[in-house]
Design a protein around this ligand. Structure first.
Ligand SMILES: [Zn+2]
Length: 147
């Protein structure tokens, strides 16, 4: 399951950061995830709750914010939204199934998507990769961005 790899990455990133800053207890972690990764939040949370044991994140909750992507074609200048390439995303998904390549690497999307106007793959994705956006530290409040 890809969700487990993502949860593992989140726990690792945040616990390393917490140790470097001498924060012993994290109470909340908020991550931003591009919605076209199609990750399952329930599975992600379940994995997070399992992996966090014994780390500074032991008592923390995971919050997920889905980010919608937009694309710009470098060839013809056309801009389009994630919704406009929904069909292309759905077909990548049905073609690859569980091996869907964008679960973990949203930055790869231009290799699989093409411009709706000229068909070029030379696209710029305007969305961040999966990232930690906010962390709440006991006694210190909310701290924005770790990664
Ligand atoms: Zn184009």
């Amino acid at each position: 399951m890809h969700e487990w790899s993502v949860a593992d990455g989140i726990v690792r990133t945040v616990s390393t950061w917490a140790r470097e800053n001498n924060f012993s207890e994290i109470t909340m972690v908020k991550v931003g995830i591009p919605s076209f990764t199609f990750l399952e939040v329930d599975i992600l949370k379940e994995a997070f709750n399992e992996i966090k044991k014994g780390t500074p994140l032991n008592n923390s909750t995971l919050e997920v914010e889905f980010l919608s992507a937009s694309f710009k074609c470098r060839n013809c200048g056309n801009s389009f939204s994630e919704d406009q390439v929904r069909e292309q995303l759905d077909s990548i998904r049905s073609e690859f199934g569980e091996e869907y390549p964008l679960h973990l690497m949203p930055a790869l999307s231009p290799s699989f998507l093409s411009c709706l106007r000229c068909g070029s793959h030379d696209l710029v994705v305007e969305v961040q990769d999966i990232m930690v956006k906010e962390v709440e530290v006991k006694g210190h409040g909310t701290i924005k961005t770790v990664s």
